[in-house]
Design a protein around this ligand. Structure first.
Ligand SMILES: NC(=O)C1=CN([C@@H]2O[C@H](COP(=O)(O)OP(=O)(O)OC[C@H]3O[C@@H](n4cnc5c(N)ncnc54)[C@H](OP(=O)(O)O)[C@@H]3O)[C@@H](O)[C@H]2O)C=CC1
Ligand SMILES: N[C@@H](CC=O)C(=O)O
Ligand code: NA
Length: 431
């Protein structure tokens, strides 16, 4: 190989990082793959836009076909985002026998298997390390490092934006809207940050992680999702008092043949290893039957960390080119997907209710839990400002999701219950 030519789709937060790393680490790339790497064309929306990196304006184009159909381009790096249009571009690029590296979890969670099949049919690599947990090499760790093991649990903070928001809200008392803006300015958030704060971005990543970790095709619809938008200062305050930290947690758990995958705000005991993962940092805890507990930590979003994963994937493609083994590394899922029923999913829960401050209400509420054999780790009744009301805050012991949901339905039907203020999953014990 005399030279590797890259077509870059997108020159925003991640794209500019890719350009910088390819320029600044040219020596290292040469040493590893034995030839120079050049960026031949860059797709953008607006050619006249000011860029955060020095780039020859003649490389910029608004026509994707100039990259996809350029016979001299060996690898397409996709960092433009989007789904349908991007899928078309990448399918065409693969059919034109270009290797693809992408950071796009939206696309991989929906069309990953189609794109991977097309890649291997055309003898091409399709790598997507940057799509999950930014700069942490988690996908390679699952696929290569832990290839011999049977993974049964993965638990992670996989969205940098929401971790940044929750950290600033809990530690500095910052307002949600203000911190979200800051996360957008720092380049952590998606173009539409709804997918971050509603948990969808994390759900896409958990679908990708569990598909690889469990070797089972987990679709986005299989992931139960709840985001962070309804978390209040009061919830964070109660969490702290009870010795918990609020985090948006993705959980993928396999027991026997069955799996559960979810993303939801979770109160973690302060001693939990994920509780000290702050700001835009991500971490993924992985349990394998043979290896036991492992933990992967690092920056989950941002220009250079994400670009590091991209350029490392590029090195992987180039090494395969030298060996002549492109398109041979993807493994199709080994197992049929079987999802757990709600009666098979166990957790502890935090619940905060406003109830009428009357004799017997407390007893009625606790009796509903007893009917479902759910007991309490902690239960408190506190006065609230509004006259005639009391606040009940409780943490359950382990309960089946089905029981917990049935309890919530019964509580909502009780006249004495004015409002269910909040409910969260809990990991670990309270103070
Ligand atoms: N930001 C991060 O920390 C991380 C992002 N990702 C993923 O990486 C991808 C890129 O993210 P990010 O860099 O933040 O996004 P940005 O919005 O910063 O950049 C997107 C780039 O793509 C170009 N672009 C977008 N749509 C089109 C289009 N239809 N035609 C031509 N050009 C287009 C834009 O052009 P122009 O500049 O002219 O507007 C821009 O240069 C996304 O898939 C994201 O989910 C993954 C991990 C971390
Ligand atoms: N918006 C995402 C970017 C990386 O995937 C995040 O905040 O984690
Ligand atoms: Na990664």
């Amino acid at each position: 190989m005399e030279m590797i030519s890259i077509g870059l789709l997108g020159l925003g937060t991640v794209g500019t990082g890719v350009v910088k790393i390819i320029e600044n680490h040219q020596d290292k790339l040469m040493h590893q793959v034995g030839c120079p790497v050049q960026i031949k064309k860059v797709l953008v929306k607006d050619i006249n836009k000011q860029r955060a990196v020095d780039i020859n304006v003649n490389l910029l184009t608004t026509d994707a076909e100039e990259i996809i159909n350029d016979a001299d381009i060996d690898v397409v790096i996709e960092v433009m985002g989007g789904v349908e249009e991007t899928r078309d571009y990448l399918l065409k690029a693969l059919r034109n026998r270009k290797h693809v590296v992408t950071a796009n979890k939206d696309l991989m969670a929906l069309y990953g298997s189609e794109l991977l099949t097309t890649a291997s049919e055309n003898g091409c690599d399709l790598f997507y390390e940057a799509s999950v947990a930014g700069g942490i090499p988690i996908l390679r760790s699952l696929v290569d490092g832990l290839a011999s093991d049977r993974i049964t649990k993965m638990m992670g903070i996989v969205n940098g934006t929401t971790n940044f928001i929750l950290t600033k809200m809990s530690k500095q008392g910052s307002a949600y809207e203000e911190v979200l803006k800051e996360a957008q300015q720092l380049g952590y958030a998606e173009a539409d940050p709804t997918s971050d704060v509603e948990g969808l971005d994390a759900a896409r990543k958990m679908a990708i992680l569990s598909t690889l970790g469990f070797s089972m095709k987990i679709d986005l619809d299989d992931v139960k999702v709840k985001g962070i938008t309804s978390i209040t200062e009061e919830d964070l305050g109660y969490g702290k008092k009870l010795g918990y930290t609020m985090k948006l947690i993705g959980i993928a758990h396999r027991e026997g043949e069955k799996v559960e995958v979810s993303v939801q705000p979770t109160l973690l005991s302060e001693s939990h290893p994920l509780a000290s993962v702050n700001d835009e940092y991500n971490a993924v805890y992985v349990y394998g039957e043979a290896v036991g507990e492992t933990m992967f930590y690092g920056p989950g979003a941002g220009s250079l960390p994400t670009a590091t994963a991209i350029v490392s994937d590029l090195v992987g493609v180039m090494k395969n080119m030298r060996l002549g083994v492109n398109g041979k590394s993807a493994v199709t899922p080994q197992y049929e997907k079987i999802l757990k029923e709600p009666s098979e999913i166990y957790s502890k829960y935090f619940l905060r209710l406003h109830v009428k401050d009357e004799v017997g209400v407390f007893a009625t509420i606790t009796s509903i839990f007893s009917e479902h054999h759910v007991s309490f780790e902690k239960i408190l009744q506190l006065p609230v400002k509004e006259k005639g009301l009391a606040e009940i805050v409780l943490v359950t012991h382990q309960a089946a999701l089905q029981d917990y949901e049935d309890i919530l339905v019964k509580l909502r039907d009780l006249q004495a219950v004015k409002e269910i203020k909040s409910s969260y999953r809990v990991e670990g014990s309270s103070k």
